[in-house]
Write a protein that binds this ligand. Sequence first.
Ligand code: SAJ
Length: 420
Amino acid sequence: KNICVIGLGYIGLPTAALFASRNFEVLGVDIDPRVIETIRQGKIHLEEPGLKTLIKDSLKKGTLRVSSTPAEADIFIIAVPTPVYEDKRANLEFVKQAVRDIIPFIKQGDTMIIESTIPPRTTDDVIVPMLQKAGFDPKNNDLYVAHCPERVIPGKILIELVENHRMVGGVTREAAKRASEVYKPVINGKIIETEAMVAETAKLMENTYRDVNIALANELAKIAARLNINAHEVIELANMHPRVNILEPGPGVGGHCIAVDPYFMIEKAKDVASLIQTARKINDSMPTFVVEKVKQLTSRIANPKIAILGLTYKGNVDDTRESPALTIVHKLMTDKHNYTVKCHDPLLRQEHIPLKLYGLHEALEDTHLALVLADHQPFKQLHPSVFAETMKHPIIFDTKNCIADDPDITLYKIGHLSGL
Ligand code: SAJ
């Protein structure tokens, strides 16, 4: 069977590669000519373990081709981004454009799958009417339309793409069945057939659940700071209860999913989505909380120098989208206290980020405070002597609970700010 995948980002590219590796004929389409050029050269524009090899092999075998324009296929998979407008409503323009772009190539009996995250009811209320206008009748199965959200975690995409359970939400029962058959040959997890609007909402609630629970951990960190209690120890002990699982506090919630998806729920029922809105506010307040604590920690120092360790939205990824670390760096750089800020991130390359990057020693040298904002593996393995030998006064503020304590350093953690 022929598959046309629209959008070759974090989801579309691994999806195209997976199908191509299982000998489907796959055409990957992206509007960005640089993406197409890079892939044609056997390279990729994003870091993900195992992906480069998979793509190289499929290009060599000829099962994967890439292009700037779609072509006829039996199955169309849309995996384009859904950004948010300034007011946080979903911007569906890329999704709608992808539908418009493939309409000339769709024929009766084809399957069309939307993997992009979209607000509840979008498949039925926005996508289906577009197809009806173009002369199709998906409600009567002349075209099989389904929403099949992805659930993969960056850093483990190729594993989770195969192993995770998958929900396929059809506009009709038959559409769900067809979509489920698309994934069956490549997925080990269960495939559950449902309605499009249930799949849309379930996907959003997964990320909202995580956002709300991280907010709870962050609120605990703030309360613990006020009361001089070690929140990390509280969490460890509370989580020994068989039905409790408090997540980890941190510098805020970043990435393109958890910091964004809850707004898609809010926009559809703002007056009743109060917990979800509060959770967003708490998580968005964390960069300010971190900066306040940095101010307290450096209050006796004139022109404090700060080393930032980690700029990505979480550990072991090269993605800075919605990263709270960037908000924190910006706040520090524009603060009246005249902070000198030197950033280090072993996962980022200079050309990908407008901030100047320093090597670890250069960043730490002569600084008063090291602020850890991502739990990259190399940071977890740092020997405390690295801080002790390079810094003026080795004070470390670890917002990701990843640095080992040691008598040679003064270590503060986001959930354990004793004395502040
Ligand atoms: N974070 C915390 N404390 C925690 C866990 C995470 O502060 O205890 C922060 C992280 O540092 C990061 C943010 O939350 O800034 C999000 O990270 P994440 O690892 O929780 O999730 P993502 O955004 O990388 O991927 C999520 C996943 N969703 C769920 O776990 C419910 C993934 O399975 C989804 O496929 C993905 O969103 C998506 O694309 O929707």
